[in-house]
Design a protein around this ligand. Structure first.
Ligand code: NAD
Length: 372
């Protein structure tokens, strides 16, 4: 497992636990020196778990490379043909890099394409990382907010509870609701999938949805894009509500589309000075008008719009443990445990869904055409 080249990436793709399990499967595990430092895993812990501590160049001898980010051109040059590279590949808009992985002859797997089926739940990096992002969004909001979240009744008077509104109640949103509730905030949430309502309420938050929008569930439990009329109805509902909120956390995504714009500049203007908005969708274009990727913007009326990048990486040590386990569990399905060799079943739906390149070709159906 190499050290990530991107210095802003604090996570690692293996943990002492997964190293031990990999060794148990028969792998000789090499971890690049210092790879775990930013996730507080020191080399000696990896060594104790059964890994050898190596150099960057050792990736070139590996049969399997576990990573966070897609390999760079410089990294690819060092890998041998046939190496399995398992990572978050972020392939949309990066088709040239997908082709480069095919040209390098590596077999690349995009973990974010793991099907959301029961068998693959323990390999679902989107869930494991979004869960932590939802948690961290509330912590970031609380840190930017200059008032308390819980109601405090003291001899010196009463501090009211903060009002938190979560937009998008998927994995990240539900964890944001739970975290804000634990901190004592009064929480409301919205989503376009009717099924989310029950989950929101079971966490003790109030679900807000317009009558005009019955249900916008799309394929596979994800949301579909709203029609123009539905968007207007949603905006009307949200506009009044947002003006009364102290903290807004947006998490809304639509597969394969830019993030829907949910909070307009006028809505931001309607909020009280000192209010905080966390846009977890900022890397996908953002849910909030005025949000800037990687920045905390303070508007003229004193509202902070937070657009942190790689929010799971802001809880790197926890995120690494879960990410490492996701990768291990997937890799385990590609090992013949008796013979202790790699044995990829090309008919396995997990392999079909995640494999981007193999034997010099782009093989994933969504990218085959762009490779021609
Ligand atoms: P996501 O990250 O794609 O989107 C986040 C949320 O934003 C979703 O709840 C979506 O409905 C919502 N959203 C989209 N457009 C919106 C809009 N205009 N206004 C308000 N909200 C909007 O979603 P996710 O967190 O990946 O979860 C998607 C679904 O997958 C959920 O039903 C979740 O329970 C399900 N899921 C299933 C599994 C599994 O079965 N293994 C694992 C994880 C998630």
């Amino acid at each position: 497992m190499p050290k990530e080249i991107d210095v802003t990436e604090g996570r690692v793709a293996a943990s002492p636990d997964t190293v031990k399990r990999l060794a148990g499967l028969g792998f000789d595990v090499v971890v690049e020196a210092g790879a775990g430092t930013r996730s507080r895993i020191v080399d000696s812990e990896f060594e104790k778990a059964g890994a050898k501590i190596g150099k960057t160049a050792d990736a070139g001898k590996a049969d399997v490379v576990l990573k966070l980010r897609r390999p760079t051109a410089a990294e690819l040059k060092t890998y041998k043909k046939g190496t399995l590279v398992i990572a978050t590949m972020d392939p949309y808009g990066n088709e040239g890099d997908v082709a480069a992985m095919a040209d390098a002859g590596v077999t690349a797997f995009a973990m974010e394409f793991m099907p959301r089926i029961t068998r693959a739940q323990s390999m679902d990096i989107l869930s494991s990382q979004a869960n932590l992002a939802g948690y961290r969004a509330v912590i970031d909001a609380a840190a930017e907010f200059d008032r308390a979240l819980p109601m405090m009744m003291t001899a010196a008077g009463t501090v009211p509870a903060a009002k938190v509104f979560v937009m998008g109640a998927g994995v990240a949103g539900l964890q944001a609701i739970a975290t804000a509730r634990r901190l004592g905030a009064v929480v409301t949430a919205t989503d376009v999938r009717a099924a989310a309502g029950e989950q929101v309420q079971s966490l003790g938050a109030k679900f807000i949805m317009t009558e005009a929008l019955k249900d916008a569930s799309g394929e596979g439990g994800y949301a579909r894009e709203l029609t123009d009329d539905e968007k207007k109805a949603q905006a009307a509902l949200v506009a009044d509500h947002i003006a009364k909120q102290d903290i807004v956390i947006t998490t809304a995504l639509i597969p394969g589309r830019p993030a829907p714009k949910l909070v307009s500049a006028d809505m931001v203007k309607s909020m009280k000075p000192g209010s905080v908005i966390i846009d977890l969708a900022v890397e996908r274009g953002g849910n909030v008008e005025g949000a800037k990727a990687g920045e905390v913007v303070t508007t003229a009326n004193g509202v902070k719009i937070v657009g942190h990048l790689n929010v799971p990486g802001r809880v790197a040590a926890s995120a690494s443990l879960l990410y490492a386990k996701n990768l291990y569990t997937f890799l385990e399905t590609m090992v013949d445990k008796e013979k202790k060799v790699l044995a990829i079943n090309m008919d396995d739906e997990l392999v079909k869904a995640t494999m981007l390149t193999h034997e010099g070709k782009v093989v994933h159906p969504n990218f085959v055409d762009s490779a021609k």
